[in-house]
Design a protein around this ligand. Structure first.
Ligand code: NAP
Length: 252
């Protein structure tokens, strides 16, 4: 059966591959992010390649008013929602906490924590109304294992895990499922964003390691979404083969 899947942060990396894999599976998609032209490109690609409906809208998840207005409007126009993939997120900076930028910290908290709350809070009433749905939140191994120079990013991803657990408790009497996906090192533009556009420094993160690819994470998200009604996968942790904790990797 064709499902209605809402993915945030669908213009790049993991979110984009998640959108592609749901489209391949035959699900309709509601996609958002800030970059309009990237959303338009992806919509055209998915509609040309797969027989699915793709609605898109620009959204900055940090903007509470924008989320509160646009998300319900978009869901109503789309005809409802069965799966929310709360994927939009980022890291900014890699510095000892005592030297780190407060602006970077605020951006990460506003995006990864507050943005996720704003979106989930606006999507849940639709799921409560139908007594079903699946919220899939993008955490990270960084939320399990703090690593050097990443205190605030790690804290935001620990918050994602705890928020998922809390929402699962509060919706226990419904058929709504909540899952946290916790990937390790995934090769995407994530590091370029973290290093404020320094492509060379970003490339060094993935040098010498066979990093997880975004399509690997997308496969797992699809698997998680395809379980019988009685099965709720609460958490999935995915590491690269040569990765042991959040930032402990062996490089060749
Ligand atoms: N790559 C990794 O190693 C890794 C590991 C574990 C977890 N994660 C998590 O996976 C998620 C996706 O990251 P990625 O690796 O795929 O990075 P990415 O390629 O940089 O993608 C990030 C996505 O989030 C969107 N986004 C960022 N800020 C936003 C905002 N304020 N409002 C709306 N959308 C926003 C971006 O779209 P626009 O710029 O168009 O808005 C983009 O589509 C993040 O939550 C990240 O923390 C990544």
């Amino acid at each position: 059966m064709c499902r209605r899947v809402f993915v945030t942060g669908a213009t790049s990396g993991i979110g984009k591959e998640i959108a592609i894999s749901f489209a391949q599976y035959g699900d309709n998609l509601l996609l958002c992010a800030r970059r309009e032209e990237k959303l338009a490109e992806l919509k055209a690609e998915l509609e040309a390649d797969y027989d699915v409906r793709v609605d898109t809208f620009t959204l900055d998840v940090r903007n509470r008013e924008e989320v509160e207005t646009k998300v319900p409007q978009a869901i109503k126009a789309f005809g409802g929602v069965d799966i929310l993939v709360n994927n939009a997120g980022l890291a900014q900076g890699l510095d000892d906490f005592q030297d780190s930028s407060i602006d970077d910290a605020v951006t990460m908290i506003d995006t990864n924590v507050k943005g996720l709350i704003y979106v989930a809070r606006k999507v849940l009433p639709f799921m409560m109304e139908q007594n079903s749905g699946h919220i899939i939140n993008m955490g990270s191994t960084a939320g399990i294992y703090a690593y050097a120079k990443g205190a605030v990013y790690c804290a935001t991803k620990a918050a994602v895990k705890t928020l998922s657990d809390g929402i699962r408790i509060d919706t226990i009497a419904t058929d709504i499922k909540v899952t946290t996906i916790q990937p390790g090192i995934v090769e995407t533009p994530f590091s370029e964003v973290r290093f404020h556009g320094d492509a060379q420094r970003a490339a060094s993160v993935y040098a010498g390691i066979d990093a997880i690819q975004p399509e690997d994470v997308a496969d797992i998200v699809l698997y998680v979404s395809n379980q019988p009604k009685r099965v709720q996968i609460s958490d999935v942790t995915i590491m690269a083969n040569q990765q042991a904790t959040g930032f402990m990797v062996h490089k060749k």
